[in-house]
Ligand binder design. Structure first.
Ligand code: FAD
Length: 465
């Protein structure tokens, strides 16, 4: 944005929000010009911190009047450049819209502002014997999680973010406010706007309130760790457990290099072998049966080390070790940037896909560990790249392309959960074919000036380029 128009718009926004909540301070701009990935940094022009839906609407109207972009910002934990304001404009940071507005225990619903984080919500829900299921590891905001259709370790049982959203309050590109759903558990009325807006990455509007499903905390939970001779055995075990109808609530694969990383970071001495981290939940009698059945299945597949954690402290230790894996790679590789692949394939193709991924990483001589929410067919290669080494950057991009190609050839997707942002734009035409034009038509109808998070999810318009 030209300096003159930045000053003019900042002035208007300060009148709206006060001196403190509209800023072009360099540190704040810089913090809002990056995510957790390898994508190039670009400081924000102006950052605003609204507290109400009316304020968000007024900010969006200001942007529309001056024809400058809006970039919604939750916590900035996304991995494909989603929040980086490559076209400048106004970044809306939702951190002050962080109130839990209503807990409807009898309906198993909560109404929250978008800046509430998932751990903040779970802390409050726990007091009432409830929990919110989606767990992407990072302590992301619920607005950001809805905008990326986040999922994670618990998806195998409870589903993705899209399955949890009952209603969204959305400020559209012209500043008007709509609701996309209702409190009803089901509806045959109208098009499914919840489904449309969830996963829209800030490109169709700003979420200012979310109504979400919550669940009762199960009577009993047990966590386990099972190591296998090969990755193929571990993946086959997951498929067999699911085929046997065991209702596991989490099942995560961690390969050998990543187990080394876990041990180094968490101070554990788990066997350095392809490993499954599992969780079972339910009533005591059912759980006992599930565990016995699982023991039989994994031992048939060569599992020589199955360890259970039944007490809360042990379970926390196990899941923290898994959840901190990406950060442990970051801490162990100072100066390098993280690139995470994120394909999802039909479960019958999973063993082949993971095998292909490991072979390709090794052949290319890159530093990378495989981990994944294998119960859903979704897995990641965590690569640590030296961005000052053009050959390594090129190889990493080639690897990402090879992994995506393999998944698309098998009718999978280029991103199971991280989203498109700028990193997965180039695969959209191949993945969606003629359906991409339908998506672009919707985008044009809702945001004709292409101001909502331009250049993300949809290719830049000619004016942006
Ligand atoms: C170590 C690590 C592990 C991760 N593991 C997972 C994982 O297992 N599963 C997973 O799904 N993701 C994972 N992620 C990615 C990330 O945590 C998710 O994408 C998360 O949902 C982003 O939430 P956020 O609050 O940080 O949003 P941001 O990064 O701030 O924003 C993400 C997107 O949402 C939009 N947005 C934010 N708030 C709003 C709003 N109120 N209205 C409209 N649009 C909005 C932004 O414009 C942007 O496009 C991981 C990230 C890290 C760093």
């Amino acid at each position: 944005m030209a300096v003159q128009s930045t000053e003019l718009i900042l002035d208007e926004l300060k009148k709206l929000l006060g001196e403190e909540r509209a800023t072009s301070n360099d540190t704040v701009r810089d913090l809002h010009g990056r995510d957790e990935s390898y994508h190039a940094v670009r400081p924000a022009d102006i950052v605003v911190f609204p507290e109400t839906t009316d304020e968000v609407s007024a900010i969006v109207k200001t942007a529309a009047k001056h024809k400058v972009p809006i970039v919604p910002f939750g916590l900035g934990s996304s991995l494909e450049g989603h929040v980086i304001p490559y076209n400048g404009g106004i970044t809306i940071d939702f951190s002050l819209m962080n109130k839990i507005l209503e807990i409807r225990e009898d309906d198993f619903l909560v109404r929250v502002q978008p800046g509430v984080t998932r751990t903040q919500l779970n802390k409050e829900l726990k007091k009432r014997g409830l929990f919110f299921s989606v767990d992407p590891g990072a302590d992301a905001t619920l607005g950001g999680m809805a905008a990326t259709n986040a999922s994670g370790t618990t998806t195998v049982k409870y589903g993705v973010m899209r399955d949890q959203v009952r209603d969204l309050e959305v400020v559209l590109a012209d500043g008007s406010v709509i609701h996309t759903g209702s409190l009803a558990a089901k509806s045959a009325s109208g098009l499914h706007l919840n489904g449309l807006f969830v996963g829209s990455e800030g490109t169709l509007g700003c979420f200012t309130e979310l109504t979400l499903r919550v669940y009762g905390i199960p009577e009993q939970i047990a966590a386990a760790r099972a190591s296998f001779p090969t990755i193929d055995d571990a993946v086959t075990a997951v498929v067999s457990i699911q085929q046997a109808g065991v209702p596991i609530s989490r099942v995560e694969l961690v390969d050998e290099p990543s187990m080394q990383q876990v041990n180094r970071h968490a101070g554990t001495d788990y066997p350095v072998k392809p490993t499954l981290f599992l969780e079972f939940s339910g009533n005591v009698a059912g759980l006992r049966q599930d565990i016995e059945f699982t023991k039989e299945i994994v031992s048939d597949l060569g599992c020589d080390n199955l360890e259970f954690e039944m007490d809360q402290e042990g379970m926390n230790r196990l899941w923290e070790a898994r959840h901190h894996l990406a950060y442990s790679y970051i801490h162990s590789n100072p100066g390098r940037k993280m690139m995470v692949t994120d394909v999802c394939v039909p479960i019958s193709e999973l063993a082949g896909a993971v095998h292909h991924a490991r072979e390709t990483v090794d052949r290319m001589g890159l530093i990378g560990g495989i981990t994944g929410h294998v119960g859903d067919g979704n897995f990641h290669i965590i690569l640590m790249i030296d961005m000052n080494n053009p050959e390594e950057v090129k190889k990493s991009e080639q690897l990402n392309e090879a992994i995506v190609s393999y998944a698309l050839d098998r009718n999978g997707t280029c991103t199971g959960e991280h989203g498109v942002g700028v990193g997965k734009l180039k695969y959209q035409a191949r993945e969606h074919g003629a359906a991409l034009a339908v998506m672009e038509t919707i985008k044009r109808a809702l945001d004709p000036d292409h101001l909502m998070n331009p250049g993300k999810l949809f290719s830049p318009s000619k004016e942006d380029a």
